[in-house]
Write a protein that binds this ligand. Structure first.
Ligand SMILES: C[S@@+](CC[C@H](N)C(=O)[O-])C[C@H]1O[C@@H](n2cnc3c(N)ncnc32)[C@H](O)[C@@H]1O
Length: 260
């Protein structure tokens, strides 16, 4: 605002100049304040990737560790040799690396260049690409299983229907798409984990006035939401997808789509 308008003051009388400068500064300030309350859609790519993202998963309580393992066990239970699998939002490869030797090809995409670079360094056996989950550069029917765990459906900040349709497009007939979010009973453990992340400077300060009921908001633009079983039912039905909906470990809500 300031940079766009300052030159107009050049010809104004002195009093007007003073007031205009104050007004422009106030408007600028307002823009800054307004921006800080807006969720940042590219938060992970800009602020929480690579080594910082890895730290997030080191700061876990025993209960959160159990939840993370339950999601890995769920995907592992669906695998067999010969499958091609794809993880959406694979970060630095924490989950996908567990399956590298159980399948034909383990592919991972993430929109963060930094996380993909760290994943490639840590796990050279994985097939990794920097890509947006709603614009997958894969042919139709390329994978047997496509999954986005750890509440990816919220983290990716895209239309959930668009995300599911794109995941289904690249899944072979007879294959599956898995998306997960959090159960309400897991909320205290989840919130404690995110407070720990904030305390370690990985996230901005938690905004306690806006946080609650499955939503975590930080003062630096971080926002995480939750998809309930009902939300998943709505997403699946809007995509005309044949699906199951269930919870595991009292911590994860699962949408499992069988692609026709
Ligand atoms: C909560 S982290 C989970 C990382 C990894 N799945 C794990 O559990 O260790 C979410 C990841 O999704 C990625 N991401 C966010 N939006 C994305 C998008 N539109 N397309 C691809 N990746 C995205 C972020 O960069 C981040 O690595």
């Amino acid at each position: 605002m300031w940079s766009k308008n300052w030159w107009k003051l050049y010809r104004a009388p002195a009093v007007m100049r003073r007031w205009s400068i104050l007004l422009i500064l106030a408007l600028d300030l307002n823009v800054i304040v307004a921006d800080s309350t807006q969720p940042d859609k590219a938060y992970y790519a800009k602020k929480l990737s690579g080594i910082k993202l890895e730290k997030v998963y080191e700061l876990v309580s025993a209960r959160v560790r159990r939840y993370l393992k339950a999601e890995i066990d769920l995907i592992a239970s669906m695998l067999e040799p010969g499958l091609n699998i794809l993880e959406l939002g694979c970060g630095y490869g924490r989950v996908l690396s567990a399956f590298a030797h159980s399948v034909e090809e383990a592919w991972g995409i993430d929109n963060s260049t930094e996380s993909i670079a760290l994943a490639a360094e840590r796990y050279p056996d994985l097939h990794l690409r920097q890509m947006d989950a709603v614009h997958l550069e894969f042919e139709d029917d390329a994978f047997n299983l496509v999954f986005g765990v750890q509440n990816f459906i919220s983290a990716c900040k895209v239309e959930p229907q668009q995300l599911l349709l794109e995941a289904m497009r690249v899944t072979k007939p007879g294959g599956r798409v898995i998306l997960t979010s959090y159960t309400p009973q897991f909320w205290p453990h989840r919130l404690e984990w995110f407070r720990t992340q904030a305390d370690h400077g990985l996230l901005g300060e938690i905004d306690d006035t806006a946080t609650g009921d499955g939503i975590i908001v930080c003062t630096d633009g971080f926002k995480a939401t939750t998809f309930s079983l009902d939300d998943f039912k709505k997403v699946a039905s809007s995509c005309v997808a044949e699906a199951d909906f269930y919870t595991i470990d009292d911590s994860s809500v699962v949408l499992e789509v069988r692609v026709a």
